[in-house]
Design a protein around this ligand. Structure first.
Ligand SMILES: [Zn+2]
Length: 168
């Protein structure tokens, strides 16, 4: 599979360069730090919180069930994470993948990270991993209408479905 096609599943083109600069300067303006402090709720989109990590719906999903898994601390690289943080993060990432399998029974999953702006990260200063369910022949999974991408289910419906299977 060409790398370009593979990584298209979690491209982050929805965030403009200006927004990246505004949000990623430091912890005080970081949208992912702010989300990490939110309660688990359909309103916040946060699905799960551990002591060191959290899972949130991607507000601009590639497809239904597109989740982000993040360390709660503002770190940009894997190397900045402590062993404890990385272990927690990896465990929560696995939980998220299992919840998607249970909730959607997909044919496959994409799991990936874009580290740094050059790699396609929309918010490069706060590391985040993607998980999303895939189906055979799902190139038509989302219909494009001009620039608007139409999802087959609402974010609230996705939240309820995945939250149920995270077994919180
Ligand atoms: Zn942050």
């Amino acid at each position: 599979v060409p790398l370009e096609r593979f990584s298209a599943a979690w491209r982050e083109s929805y965030v403009s360069g200006e927004e990246v600069k505004a949000h990623a300067r430091d912890e005080g303006t970081c949208v992912f730090c702010a989300l990490g402090a939110e309660e688990v709720s359909a309103e916040s989109g946060v699905l799960w919180r551990s002591e060191l990590s959290y899972v949130v719906l991607n507000a601009f999903p590639y497809g239904s069930g597109h989740l982000l898994v993040l360390p709660r601390r503002h770190v940009a690289t894997l190397g900045e994470m402590t062993a404890e943080e990385y272990g927690d993060f990896a465990g929560v990432w696995r939980l998220a993948a299992a919840a998607l399998e249970a909730a959607y029974r997909p044919d496959g999953l994409n799991l990936g990270m874009n580290l740094g702006q050059a790699a396609g990260a929309g918010i490069p200063k706060h590391l985040h991993a993607h998980v999303l369910p895939r189906w055979s022949g799902d190139t038509n999974f989302m219909t494009s209408v001009g620039e608007t991408r139409v999802l087959p289910e609402s974010l609230a419906a996705t939240w309820a479905k995945v939250h149920h299977h995270l077994g919180a």
